[in-house]
Design a protein around this ligand. Structure first.
Ligand code: 5AD
Ligand code: SF4
Length: 455
């Protein structure tokens, strides 16, 4: 579906007189962050300007429902905006994204938050201008609701935040149905963007000076499975590699079950694909993995991780869930065992969170919340023991790095990430910003490294 913004001119005209401001509140993952940049791009193409949290006119909540209960946060913020609506201030409210795809949320909004103007599911960006037009110009006062449209939205204007690195979605949705996960229910089935569109976007970014690209998808190595012709993720990576100007290519997340040798080969032979691979483990125990419907065993995961670690200078990151329903201490020990063996450079750790509508939500769970928190703490402790040793191995070596800008805590220092996704601080000046340099690591400080630019 093409992004046709036929309401753009009318709203732009309106904004010439009214100067409406917008404010976007984003919850959740990188896909949502990316979607919010698109919403910002759409709003600015219609003449809206960025505003603050308390003085804006159009409020867009891009919601998440993957883990912790973000519902209370959302409803709290809506309550505050209601006061401004009561005072007859020009305020419009749109709620978009994953949370609205859940029936109980939608019912609650319709029943108790009737002052909300627009509610859209995921993949509904192309209808947003029309709905906003109806709310602002037509003064429509019923909630406009659209469910997930399961389409692909192309040519959406994007307001990129950074000047040198950008995210590009390559596939939407997920077909995996891991039993704990709500994503397949709220983001629909896998839809791959056409390679021509992706390459066009990346070429344009490169011509605007972008150096680093993050390819996004719930399961990037399913890319192309929905095409009639054979076109795979490794093939796409090879094409992106050819684009002049792009120097670092990252992607997330691949699924271990689909991580085939052809992908490993492309990474190994690439000069641009980052030496960092995110490989979500979720659990290190084969029985729990089976209950999670992950389709790999502890041994298969370890085999893959060890294969990847043979790529020189590669670092691995992962996602782990502790306290899946009825996870025993022994099963949790398997997770710790995999962490010890693989030595991840980065671990995103989560306590299992029950999501209504998923298969796991119906499973018996005798593990207490205190026990789950304790497991998370023990996992954290293990990770913090491993990390300095990994960092130490980098000291004295040279790495490629994109200089992102000044350090937030020290005005004299600059910061960037190595290809391994390690934060490094170093002395430099403004002329280095946006350049890819070689950096020698001098010392490690757990969450960051100190280095020196090598001329
Ligand atoms: N509870 C806890 N963590 C979850 N994740 C997804 N669903 C849940 C859940 N119900 C985590 C997984 C996934 C990451 C994006 O979020 O680890 O990889
Ligand atoms: Fe959720 Fe599993 Fe799909 Fe990832 S692969 S989005 S965890 S169902």
């Amino acid at each position: 579906m093409k992004f046709v913004n036929s309401y753009k001119d009318k709203l732009r005209k309106y904004n010439k007189e009214h100067n409406l401001k917008y404010y976007i509140d984003t919850m959740g993952c990188q896909m949502n962050e990316n979607d919010s940049l698109k919403y910002a791009g759409i709003l600015e193409s219609m003449g809206f300007v960025p505003g603050g949290e308390s003085d804006s006119n159009v409020y867009l909540f891009n919601t998440c429902c993957v883990r912790e209960n973000a519902e209370n946060t959302l409803f709290g913020r809506l309550g505050m905006l209601k006061q401004r609506k009561i005072k007859n201030e020009e305020v419009y409210i749109a709620i978009v994204g994953c949370m609205t795809q859940q029936k109980h949320i939608l019912d609650k909004i319709k029943k108790s938050y009737r002052f909300v103007d627009i509610v859209l599911g995921t993949s509904c960006m192309s209808i947003f201008p029309e709905k906003l037009y109806n709310a602002i110009i037509n003064g429509q006062d019923k909630i406009e609701y659209i469910d997930v449209s399961n389409t692909l939205e192309e040519d959406v204007p994007i307001k990129y935040q950074d000047k040198y690195k950008a995210s590009v979605s390559i596939i939407y949705g997920c077909n995996n149905f891991c039993t704990y996960c709500i994503v397949p229910y709220v983001r629909g089935r896998e839809r791959s963007r056409r390679p021509e569109s992706i390459l066009k976007d990346i070429r344009e970014l490169a011509s605007n000076g972008y150096k680093e690209i993050m390819l996004l998808g719930q399961n990037v190595n399913s890319y192309g499975n929905d095409f009639e012709e054979e076109y795979t993720f490794p093939m796409l990576l090879k094409e992106i590699e050819k684009i002049d100007g792009i120097e670092i290519i990252r992607f997330m997340s691949p699924h271990p079950k689909d991580f085939k040798d052809d992908l490993i080969e492309v990474i190994r032979n690439s000069k641009k694909v980052a030496r960092q691979i995110h490989l979500p483990l979720q659990s290190g125990n084969t029985e729990i993995l089976k209950k999670m419907n992950r389709k790999y065993t502890k041994e298969q995961y370890l085999e893959l991780a060890m294969k990847l670690k043979q790529i020189p200078d590669v670092s691995l990151s992962t996602d782990i869930i502790v306290g899946f329903p009825n996870e025993t201490e022994e099963q949790f020990q398997d997770t710790l065992d995999v962490v010890k063996k693989v030595e991840f450079d980065q671990i995103y750790m989560f306590i299992y969170s029950k999501r209504n509508g998923t298969v796991a939500a119906k499973m018996e769970d005798k593990v207490t919340y205190e026990e789950k928190v304790d497991r998370l703490e023990r996992l954290k402790k293990l990770y913090e023991e491993i990390l300095p040793k990994l960092n130490e191995k980098m000291v004295g070596k040279e790495y490629k790095l994109l200089v992102e800008g000044k350090s937030k805590t020290n005005d004299k220092l600059y910061t960037g990430r190595t290809s391994q996704n390690k934060v490094v601080v170093f002395e430099a000046d403004d002329t280095y910003i946006g350049k890819v340099v070689n950096i020698k690591i001098d010392s490690q400080h757990l969450w960051y490294l100190k280095g020196t630019i090598v001329k």
